[in-house]
Ligand binder design. Sequence first.
Ligand code: PSV
Ligand code: MN
Ligand code: MN
Length: 424
Amino acid sequence: MQLEKYTIDQHNEGLSASHKRKLSALTSDIANAEAILERLVAFQVAIPSWALGTGGTRFARFAGGGEPRSLEEKIEDIALLHKLNRSSGAISLHIPWDIPKNGAAIKVLAAQHGIRFDAMNSNTFQDQPGQPLSYKFGSMQHVDKAVRRQAVEHNIEVIEHGMALGSESLTVWLSDGSCFPGQLNFRKAFENTLESLQEVYSALPDAWKMFVEYKAFEPNFYSTTVGDWGQSLLYATKLGPKAYTLVDLGHHLPNANIEQIVALLLMEGKLGGFHFNDSKYGDDDLTVGSIKPYQLFLIFNELVEGMDARGMNHTTDLGWMIDASHNVKDPLEDLLQSVEAIMITYAQALLVDRAALQAAQQNNDVVRAQEALQNAFRTDVRPLVAEARLRAGGALDPLQIFRKENVREHLVKQRGLKTIATGL
Ligand code: PSV
Ligand code: MN
Ligand code: MN
């Protein structure tokens, strides 16, 4: 579906007066508004190829209409998001859910829409049709070297697909672990996994990074072989300078202090990137910022502080990816909400009065420290985020235009009512 530039311009004109009013009320109180705007315009979040269709639970999947039926259509959907918000200029692919049959052509198609390829994801947590050996009892941790070899070879293939697309990172998430005490020798499982990861690491091209994603539980419910940030950091440290930890917000035990994890990984130079989502109970993969927006703010606060302390580039030095997908919303509307939540939170973190916070910390002034954070968190920065979108050529209110232009209805007409997106 084509969304013409003049449609966006018209929409922006309609909202212009009220936007200007809100923006000037907000920026009159902010000293560094222009610097924040510049950073917001530059910031890009990768859309996961598996989030463009309705997700399911283990009980049911209620497919929506007009879902993308191919990788090409997924890229078209992301192009639409990017046209509206100008902050979704990247895609993260899952192999083999979204195998590019012709990598060069896919790369060109994506580039036409200003979309680049962020981390490639391998998949050794499912058996694929025709696969010789099963991952029922793990992949890289497996007691049988032949299974481990198969998992390593798959990862190397994923790297090759990524090279054709211009990606420069590989995310390895392993579901390996055990369901019952005694099932696994923890040390041997770790050593096997490390050896397998080392083999993949040695196949990484020079400019590439490897992200080791951890997860506390599920699908294994007694132990997970990359179960927390400590274990991920251990692997990443042993692997070498191209290996980093990837933080998925839904992968912790309840109430974990994720912002502290982020601060320490950054300090060690070992934070690789993010899978953004939100959760109330476990790995719920809900819309970013929908459940615990203050936690997200505290994470971004550490990110901004830690990246600035290390002189890192906010946009390019970490992998910013969404990993959310669920049952009841239009996936594209949901992704617009997730990206908006990330931009709002990033803007709030940029707004924190760092000097006031540092002074409060130095003087053990707990009340002022809390105020410094909450002043920023309680500021409605939406006009700033909208202004950044406007300056980048996007829409002041992406969701409004999505509904007004009947985007989903057009997609249903084009692709049909009963569509099943590839992937999950
Ligand atoms: C696992 O829960 C995970 O977070 C990993 O990132 C996977 O690649 C993704 O979800 C999709 O299942
Ligand atoms: Mn994830
Ligand atoms: Mn997950």
